[in-house]
Design a protein around this ligand. Structure first.
Ligand code: F6P
Length: 343
């Protein structure tokens, strides 16, 4: 069998581990041939391919990013997109495609399979951990570790100057990174997109932390919004490439508000793409490797239109349609649980 592989969407630590596992098992156990499509769906659209045999995957397990490149290209938004994809797959004699990506990449795989009969299997990735149908996505653990280390470091400088330190982490629609790193790093306030925050309440927590002679750390997800967000939105919005309205620089804005309302000095650290870069954690390598092995098994078993997913410690298969139907956000009860540490 000849199998195409692509990685789409924002890159994420562990992508190379999936590619390696797929190719190693496919070549060693089954004698399959592989072809890499470059830069997500742009590869099959434009015919950009890369050799993908054992030599190409040697040594890539601990490397961040993706050796295949990535993009957010969506063939359904491109002229003649589906026809061009079909032609490309036919030209390279691809029997099946393994698409590694988040909601958008897998949404495309789902439509290509369900509406056009293209034989796709999906592998979920995102540092945001917001894909439903899987307990965890690889990349998340690495991002949480990076954010936690940053919070640990910020505690000591915050205390030396008795300042408020606001840490902005990734998470446009879901606050998983903020919640996990905030708890692990002993943050005094955690703000997530799922729950609008009241700046006066945040200032109350900040003040009470100073009252106990400690300097507060506020972790805020990039997509978190204040309750009076509409007011703020007038001055601080931009549209991302998906047309979503985003509060631009919520961390910086919040630090200024805290300073103005409490009279305490505040600084902001925006972790940004540092959270996505570099070598994957051991957990992410393990999960990505298992996803790769099971994705290959799904192709061999003819289970197209499915995605591999983690349930407990088992890897299962779920329909792509189910996996891409909705985002997994932080439940209210889980957020409430964390509040015992606020202030
Ligand atoms: O989807 C993962 C993610 O890292 C989000 O948390 C973040 O908002 C987004 O990607 C930023 O991606 P980019 O800068 O590549 O558009």
């Amino acid at each position: 069998m000849r199998i195409g592989v692509l990685t789409g969407g924002g890159d994420c630590p562990g992508l190379n581990a999936v590619i390696r596992a797929v190719v190693r098992k496919g070549v060693q156990d089954h004698g399959h041939d592989f072809i890499g499509f470059k830069d997500g769906w742009r590869g099959p659209l434009t015919g950009a391919v890369a050799e993908l045999g054992i030599p190409a995957v040697r040594g890539i397990l601990p490397r961040g990013g993706t050796v295949l490149g990535s993009s957010r290209t969506n063939p359904f938004k491109e002229p003649d997109g589906v026809r061009r994809i079909k032609e490309s797959l036919a030209k390279h004699e691809v029997d099946a495609l393994i698409a590694i990506g988040g909601e958008d990449t897998l949404g495309v795989a789902c439509r290509l399979h369900d509406e056009y009969g293209i034989r796709c299997v999906g592998v979920p990735k995102t540092i945001d951990n917001d894909l439903s149908a899987t307990d965890y996505t690889f990349g998340f653990d690495t991002a949480v570790n990076i954010a936690t280390e940053a919070i640990d470091r910020l505690h000591t400088t915050a205390e030396s100057h008795m300042r408020v330190l606001v840490v902005e982490v990734m998470g446009r629609h879901a606050g998983w990174i903020a919640l996990h790193s905030g708890l692990a790093g002993g943050a005094n306030v955690i703000l997530i997109p799922e729950r609008r925050f009241d700046v006066d309440e945040v200032c109350g927590w900040v003040t009470s932390r100073f009252g106990a002679s400690y300097a507060p750390i506020v972790v805020v997800a990039e997509g978190a919004m204040p309750v009076d967000g509409d007011l703020v939105l007038k001055n601080a919005t931009r549209q991302d490439s998906f047309g979503h309205v985003r509060l631009s620089g919520v961390g910086e804005w919040l630090a200024e508000e805290i300073e103005r309302r409490t009279g305490k000095e505040a600084r902001t650290t925006v972790l940004g793409h540092v959270q996505r870069g570099g070598t994957p954690s051991a957990f992410d390598r393990w999960l990505a490797t298992r996803f790769g092995l099971h994705a290959l098994a799904a192709v061999d078993g003819g289970h197209f239109g499915t995605m591999v997913a983690l349930r407990g410690t088992d890897i299962v298969r779920v329909p792509l349609a189910e996996a891409t139907a909705r985002l997994k956000t932080v439940p209210a009860a889980l957020y409430e649980e964390a509040k015992v540490f606020f202030g």
